[in-house]
Design a protein around this ligand. Structure first.
Ligand code: SF4
Ligand code: SF4
Length: 342
């Protein structure tokens, strides 16, 4: 074990490097902070990045420094994202365009379909419980969720141990998807409605909200064993971004695409996760039993490798062209199981 790089000591057991061990808080678990084991429904705390101070701050900072210091591409991606957050939105038109929610939904879907950085779009009503703890109640009644594929070839460099290249797919995915949501917000603003686009790197105090729960609610995909979502076109290889707005839409519904059924018998991400952060069992987290990734095991590995995402690239659904067939197969299997034998 070195100062900066730990070592594998057994299958799915990673011993963190000396510096990482020193930075890991001694009496604080990120899983406790995430309320693992708690039956109480409550809003999540912004652990990964956010305005709240927490014991994992030092290691998060260490991760950011390591991730950025020798990677000009991701520095540029983050700069562009931040610049667009600050200066990218247009002024709201004074006169409102009048149309029905059905018509606005149709028009926005058409706009998103033509946008090169928006692959999938979904609509649902915004909920107060989707704001992180300590944030203000949502100002807008609607949330539009946009998914954008990451470049699988770049991401899958992590399968060869090259995390520095792989992270360009992650940051690039955030940045490109952010362009889509700011353009969508501007499309709405020009029609006289209020709107704001948020990317995965947007850090605006009081406006932090989760993206996976609304994405599930509007049918973009389902939560998978790797703690991320799977979509039936893009697998687990995509990023999310959102628009909050008062333009009225028709809400989408959650969709069954066979993810849970598949994850229950698949162990690929679990086996391939070097620190063993992925569990074969769902966990009780803030009142819901769901797939959950062990923060205390994942974070040190992530920090000392400048990135990871192996659980995204190794997932069979993420290989280009595979997800639609897998989903169809699982849905047929589930339909057969649901049909009583004669
Ligand atoms: S990013 Fe995924 S594969 Fe990597 S350590 Fe975390 S859970 Fe494991
Ligand atoms: S690798 Fe297998 S278990 Fe893990 S998320 Fe993908 S389908 Fe689910």
């Amino acid at each position: 074990m070195g100062l900066f790089r730990g070592r594998k000591i057994a299958q799915n057991v990673w011993e963190p490097a000396l510096l990482t061990q020193w930075l890991i808080p001694k009496n604080a678990s990120g899983n406790d902070y995430n309320r693992v084991g708690s039956a109480r429904h409550e809003r999540p705390s912004p652990l990964f990045h956010g305005p709240e101070k927490h014991p994992w701050m030092s290691i998060m900072l260490y991760f950011k420094v390591r991730e950025n210091y020798d990677n000009l591409t991701i520095l540029i991606q983050q700069f562009v994202h931040g610049w667009r957050d600050r200066f990218g939105h247009v002024r709201q038109a004074e006169k409102r365009v009048e149309a029905t929610p059905e018509e606005f939904t149709k028009r926005l879907r058409a706009f998103a379909a033509d946008h090169p950085e928006a692959d999938i779009v979904g609509f649902t009503r915004m909920r107060p419980e989707w704001m992180f703890k300590g944030q203000l109640p949502p100002k807008h009644p609607w949330i539009v969720v946009v998914a954008k594929a990451m470049d699988y070839d770049t991401l899958s460099y992590n399968l060869k141990g090259d995390f520095r290249t792989a992270v360009k797919a992650v940051m690039g995915g955030y940045e490109r998807n952010h362009k889509a949501v700011v353009d969508i917000a501007n499309w709405i603003l020009k029609q006289g409605y209020s709107a704001k686009g948020y990317g995965g790197l947007t850090m605006i105090k009081d406006e932090w909200h989760v993206m996976i729960p609304p994405a599930i609610e509007c049918g973009i995909g389902q939560l998978a064993k790797n703690g991320s979502m799977i979509n039936d076109q893009l697998g687990s290889c995509f990023r999310l971004a959102t628009v909050l707005t008062d333009m009225p839409f028709v809400a989408d519904q959650p969709r069954e695409i066979g993810v849970d059924e598949f994850c229950t018998s698949c162990k690929k991400c679990q086996t391939d996760c070097p620190p063993g952060a992925i569990s074969n069992e769902k966990q009780l987290v803030r009142g819901d039993v769901k797939w959950y990734v062990d923060f205390d095991k994942c974070m040190p590995f992530l920090a000392e490798h400048k990135a990871c995402g192996l659980c995204l690239s190794t997932c069979p659904w993420s290989r280009p062209g595979i997800a639609p067939n897998l989903s169809q197969k699982m849905l047929k299997k589930m339909a057969r199981q649901a049909t009583p034998a004669h």
